[in-house]
Design a protein around this ligand. Structure first.
Ligand code: SAM
Length: 279
C-alpha cells in the first residue's frame, strides 16, 4: 500500500462509500482502485458511549457554540492508531511515541496548506485526519497527541468552513495527485502552478492554456503557440506565468530567482491573458 488514510468524522457519509463519492471518483478513485491509496472512514460517534452518542459540550469560560469532547476524540484516536499497531493508550501511558503516521487536524487557525505540504504528505505512509465541527476540538486533544506522534494543525484558507470534511477532501485531492503513477506521463505536477523544483512553474502561477478550435467566438489562440518553436513557446509560457503571478499573487515573486529577461517582462506591465500579450 502506498498511502493509508484514516478519516475520523461525525459525517462519514460525506466521503461516500466503497463504490461512489469523492474518494472513488477520477484520479483519486483510480488510485484507490489500484491500491495506491487506501481509505478508512471512522464515525466518531462510535466512541461516544452515552445513549445520545454525544460528541460535544458547552465551552469552559462561556461563549457561543459547542466544543468537541476530548474523551470521545481520545478514545477514537487510540483505537484508530492501534489498528495500525502504531501506538495505543497503554503505549502512550508508558511514554512510547508512535513512529508511523501523522495526525492532521484541519482548523482555520492552523498553518496554511500549500503545495509544499502536499508534497511532504505524499511521501508519508499514513495520514490520520481529524475532522472538527462546531467550535472545534478541545485543545487538549492536540496537546496530548503531540506527545505521541507528529501532529499538524492545517488551514486550507483564510475563511471558516462549517466542518473539517471539505478541508480534508481538498488535502486528499492535492496529495493524491502527487502519488507515483497517479497523474501518468501525459501530465507533470512540476509544470502546474506552484510546481516542484526543476519544473517550469517553480514558484509561479501557470498562465492561460488553450486547445482547439484556433478561433472561438472571434478569440484567436496566441500565434506563438502555433509556431512549433518549443524554446519560444517555453519562454512565452514563463512570461505569462510571471505576469499572472505578479497580478494575482505578488507575494510569491519575492521568493523567485529572476533573470534579466524575467525582470524585463515584469517591468513591462501585467497583462494576464494571452490576448493581451503580443510576442
Ligand atoms: N472556532 C473555530 C475558529 O474560529 O477557528 C472555527 C471552527 S469551524 C466552524 C469548525 C471546523 O471546521 C473546524 O474545527 C475545522 O475542522 C473546520 N474548518 C473550518 N474552516 C477551516 C479552514 N479554513 N481550514 C481547515 N479547516 C477548517
Amino acid at each position: 500500500m502506498g498511502l493509508n488514510i484514516d478519516i475520523v468524522t461525525i459525517f462519514p457519509e460525506y466521503f461516500g462509500d466503497e463504490t461512489s463519492g469523492p474518494l472513488r471518483t477520477s484520479l483519486i478513485g483510480k488510485a484507490a482502485a489500484r491500491g495506491d491509496i487506501g481509505f478508512q472512514i471512522h464515525d466518531l460517534r462510535r466512541w461516544a458511549l452515552d445513549v445520545h452518542h454525544t460528541v460535544d459540550d458547552v465551552p469552559f469560560g462561556g461563549g457561543p457554540g459547542m466544543v468537541m469532547k476530548p474523551d470521545v476524540w481520545g478514545a477514537a484516536l487510540d483505537e484508530v492508531l492501534a489498528a495500525d499497531g502504531a501506538v495505543d493508550s497503554a503505549d502512550a501511558a508508558a511514554g512510547r511515541s508512535a513512529d508511523s503516521g501523522r495526525l492532521v487536524v484541519p482548523t482555520p487557525s492552523g498553518v496554511p496548506f500549500t503545495q509544499a505540504v502536499a508534497t511532504r504528505y505524499a511521501a508519508q505512509s499514513r495520514l490520520i485526519f481529524a475532522c472538527g465541527r462546531y467550535e472545534g476540538i478541545d485543545g487538549r486533544v492536540v496537546d496530548h497527541m503531540r506527545q505521541r506522534m507528529p501532529v499538524d494543525e492545517i488551514s486550507v484558507g483564510d475563511y471558516v468552513l462549517a466542518g473539517g470534511e471539505a478541508a480534508v477532501l481538498v488535502m486528499i485531492e492535492a496529495v493524491g495527485r502527487l502519488l507515483p503513477g497517479v497523474l501518468g506521463n501525459a501530465s507533470s505536477a512540476d509544470d502546474d502552478s506552484f510546481g516542484g523544483a526543476g519544473g517550469s512553474m517553480t514558484g509561479l502561477l501557470e498562465g492561460p492554456v488553450y486547445t482547439r478550435p484556433r478561433t472561438w467566438r472571434g478569440h484567436e489562440v496566441p500565434e506563438i503557440l502555433l509556431s512549433g518553436n518549443h524554446a519560444a513557446i517555453a519562454r512565452w509560457r514563463r512570461d505569462m506565468a510571471l505576469r499572472r503571478t505578479a497580478a494575482h499573487r505578488p507575494d510569491l515573486l519575492t521568493a523567485l530567482e529572476l533573470d534579466a529577461r524575467d525582470r524585463q517582462v515584469l517591468a513591462a506591465g501585467f497583462p494576464v491573458s494571452g490576448k493581451d500579450m503580443a510576442h
